[in-house]
Ligand binder design. Structure first.
Ligand SMILES: *Cc1c(COP(=O)(O)O)cnc(C)c1O
Length: 395
């Protein structure tokens, strides 16, 4: 299906941002492994620095291989421009530091990636940039939580690991009226399944380490948005803090993007099969999956997300010990944090990603000791299910 800005998603993921004619007819983008670029004269160097002539200067500012990735990601998210970073957290920190100053307030969705919590705490303690949390579920809830000094709303949807979803059009409509920027961490769904900029949000962030790369071999981040916002981040927090992506890592992501659509389709299809089986298994108490009508798939959510994605959380009937025993019993599935890889991965939030949060606060967030998060991979779902089933039999 054609997208508003030209070719279909699948086609853009393979071709956008690259002209082989400009690169010795090389079918795939070359890796420009160069830290700096030469000028033919002092005058030319001066023009490039003054922005009067386009061209590369130094790879912390921009690099031709990285530019291909940035252009491609901008096309896929249907944004005007993108920036690549050395990690998802480099992208998150560059965006948040760029959008805020001392005594501003950031309103956040209730669940966030662990290190984003850490960053917000540091910003509060050292730089007096405040934050608070909200479920962001109703207009009233959002309006009461917005303060006079709120300059940014920061959202993850689906929320990790409980998979609750936030209605992005509702949030962005309120934010627009009040001149507040909305930033969405779109790591879990990727632009193939959810396009926050199309719903009125201002910036999208990715940990490209996950589905964008898709093969578990790179750490990277991306930010996408309007030219003006991206330009500001590029010339301030990206240039001066300097968490830029290496040309080789950019090349790995360009390669990953080519198969994003077919990988996401298979991740979703596999996840749907596993959700169905988990739901009817006698040892499972609760299954949390965004595409599940019993969980968060309301009408507006169905419009917002093409499918539910590849992540499932579930609670066992049993104890903390049972959850550990179950995970340790898995043969095919690996115990690991991260997500979005070809390999199916399982993690135990209470003892891993969310272990720094006190148990009471964790329970309030819905993260019990019996909860496990599964990143469904690209293996045959039959083999994934057989592994889960044999481990369930052991508890
Ligand atoms: C992994 C992750 C991050 C951090 O990304 P890194 O690439 O590990 O720095 C941020 N947000 C979400 C939702 C993530 O899953």
């Amino acid at each position: 299906m054609r997208e508003e800005n030209g070719y279909s998603f699948e086609t853009k993921a393979i071709h956008s941002g690259y002209e082989s004619k400009e690169h010795f007819d090389s079918l795939t983008p070359p890796i420009y492994q160069s830290s700096t670029f030469t000028f033919s004269s002092v005058e030319q160097g001066g023009k490039r620095f003054a922005g009067e002539e386009s061209g590369y200067i130094y790879s912390r500012l921009s690099n031709p291989t990285v530019s291909v990735l940035e252009e491609r990601m901008a096309q896929l998210e249907q944004g005007e421009a993108a920036l690549a970073f050395s990690s998802g957290m480099a992208a998150v920190s560059a965006v948040l530091i760029s959008l805020t100053k001392a005594h501003d307030h950031i309103l956040c969705s209730r669940g966030l990636y662990g290190c984003t919590f850490g960053l917000l705490d540091m910003m509060q303690e050292k730089y007096h940039i405040e934050h608070s949390f909200s479920d962001l579920t109703s207009k009233e809830d959002i309006l009461t939580m917005i303060q006079p000094n709120t300059t940014c709303i920061y959202i993850e949807t689906p929320i990790n690991p409980t998979m609750q979803c936030v209605d992005l059009s509702v949030v962005s409509q309120i934010a627009k009226e009040k001149g507040i920027k909305v930033v969405v961490d779109n790591t879990f769904l990727t632009p193939y399944l959810q396009k926050p900029l199309q719903l009125g949000c201002d910036l999208v962030i990715h940990s490209a380490t996950k589905y964008i790369g898709g093969h578990g071999d790179v750490i990277a981040g991306i930010a996408v948005g309007r030219e003006e916002l991206i330009g500001e981040i590029k010339s301030t927090t990206q240039k001066d803090i300097g968490g830029v992506l290496s040309p080789f890592d950019a090349w790995l992501l360009i390669r990953g993007l080519k198969t994003l659509a077919i990988r996401m389709d298979r991740h979703c299809e596999n996840a749907e099969h596993i959700v169905e089986r988990l739901q009817s298994h006698p040892k499972i108490k609760k299954v949390m999956y965004p595409g599940d009508p019993k969980h968060t798939a309301t009408e507006s959510m169905k419009k917002q997300m093409k499918k539910g994605g590849g992540l499932i959380s579930f609670e066992l009937k049993g104890t903390f010990e049972d959850a550990k025993k179950f995970a340790n019993q898995l043969q095919l599935i690996s115990i690991a944090v991260s997500l979005g890889d070809a390999e199916t991965l399982i993690q135990h939030p209470a003892s891993m990603t969310h272990s720094v949060i006190p148990e009471e606060a964790r329970k309030e967030m819905g993260i019990t000791n019996e909860l496990l998060r599964l990143s469904v991979g690209l293996e045959s779902w039959v083999d994934i299910w057989q592994d889960l089933e044999q481990a369930l039999d052991c508890i």
